[in-house]
Design a protein around this ligand. Structure first.
Ligand code: CTP
Ligand code: MG
Length: 223
């Protein structure tokens, strides 16, 4: 029995606009994908990691993770295809699988441990979440408000998301379109998706603003 993680890192990072794929952008001396992988391994509950990179980066990425239990494979046109490519590399003795964005380089190991512990306790799917603090409005195509959503029932979702490996493999076997999250597929199978506390520091680096915040956090007190 073992825990494996898939790290989708095959995006181009259009919104960041760094000119190189986002996962390979330097953050305080280490590429974001290496920080994401090391956060997983520092949890001490992850045994192996499959990193999914753009096909043009496979050779370069292979030397990025010296001494770590990492396999690098080429990804696909969208995140869903990249995770599917990672799933095909899973060893047969893996019974818990995590999916963790390379774009969340500062994710604390505690979040990883919370997710794995909850899956280990018997839950089929577990996601780290945060409360939504802003008021949320629904709008029409013209930007006019049509409703105020009850935010107390909303959660913002982070990664790593954790699954019984057999359930995630089954969920991906039936996948058709592109999704932004893996738990949605398991929901569609009719399985309960449970939540644990996320962490603000596990935020996703999407824009130049986010990268600046990540650099400032690293330059300041340890986070
Ligand atoms: N991802 C992937 N394969 C893709 C697209 C995305 O593995 N074809 C990964 C990204 O590398 C990232 C995670 O999925 O770690 C979340 O995606 P996102 O933040 O949207 O990253 P990008 O797609 O690279 O950024 P953008 O959408 O701005 O181009
Ligand atoms: Mg994207």
């Amino acid at each position: 029995s073992g825990v494996a993680a898939i790290v989708p890192a095959a995006g181009s990072g259009l919104r960041l606009g760094a000119g190189v794929p986002k996962a390979f952008v330097d953050l305080g001396g280490r590429p974001m994908v290496l920080r994401a992988v090391d956060g997983l391994l520092e949890s001490d509950v992850v045994g192996s990691v499959v990193v999914v990179v753009p096909s043009s980066e496979v050779t370069a990425a292979a030397s990025l993770f010296p001494g770590r239990p990492v396999t690098v494979v080429p990804g696909g046109a969208d995140r869903t295809a990249s995770v599917a490519a990672g799933l095909r590399e899973l060893a047969s003795d893996v019974d818990v699988v995590l999916v963790h964005d390379a774009a969340r380089p500062l994710t604390p190991p505690e979040v990883v441990r919370r997710v794995v512990a909850a899956v280990r306790s018997g839950l089929p799917a577990v996601i780290p979440v945060l409360p939504v603090v802003d008021t949320v409005k629904r709008v029409d195509a013209g930007g006019v408000v049509t409703a105020t959503v009850d935010r107390s029932a909303l959660r913002a979702v982070q990664t790593p998301q954790g699954f019984r490996a057999s359930d995630l493999v089954r969920a991906y076997a039936g996948v058709t379109g592109a999704l932004t999250d893996d738990a949605g597929l398991v929901e569609a199978l009719g399985e309960d998706v449970h939540t644990v506390a996320g962490d603000p520091v596990a935020f996703k680096v999407t824009t130049a603003w986010d990268l600046r915040i990540a650099e400032l956090l690293l330059a300041g007190a340890p986070v």
